[in-house]
Design a protein around this ligand. Sequence first.
Ligand code: PRP
Length: 221
Amino acid sequence: MSLKIALTKGRVEKKVIPLLEHAGINCVPLKNKKRKLIIQCNNGEFEFILAKGPDVTTYLNAGVADIGIVGSDILEEQQNEQYELLDLETGKCQFVLASTADFDVDSPERKIIGTKYPLITKRYFESLGQDVEIIKIEGSVELAPLIGLADAIVDITETGTTLKENNLKIFDYLNKISTHLVVNRMSLKQHSREIFNLTDQLEKAVLEEKSKGELSTDENL
Ligand code: PRP
């Protein structure tokens, strides 16, 4: 039976493929998947389910996936109880508070904040002792202060390019983010040998890639 792995499609997927290869998984079918959403690798030993980040934990909770590969931003926002196996130390980015240059973080007025991460945003402003209005946005969060929807945003930045190209400035740095390997507790009991074997291989891959300096460190963030 295949080990079912819910893999966050897009950036996480691209960054994690070298690690999966390093761990002995032939990722050619994943790289050539086109619009296919379920991909078998290593002659069916692994079945990758390509999912949106927030859905990865839904699949694990429902027991339709054994393992998830997902950003810690999602796990933090969902306050997820999933069993975390490993920090893959890739897909590194950071939460930031950003806005146009004229934003005043210390202004006493109640601020409107646009974000994909309302819980993280609420906690951050609570830590500053500020009560803010939060507007949930699904994407292109950087638009919010530019079009007058919000005073500022809490969003993730990786290279900083989106902020820069939209003339937005970072006002504060929040938590750092990386891609994590998580597991369904029931699967861990049923497939413990296969899951721990994969985790060991990935752990070795993380260490080796790190020693070669191939995992992005994003120390500038
Ligand atoms: C994320 C994030 C920023 C962007 C930052 O969006 O919300 O918009 O990446 O990356 P950068 O610092 O490398 O420029 P994503 O690409 O996931 O798309 P979205 O706007 O649809 O959320």
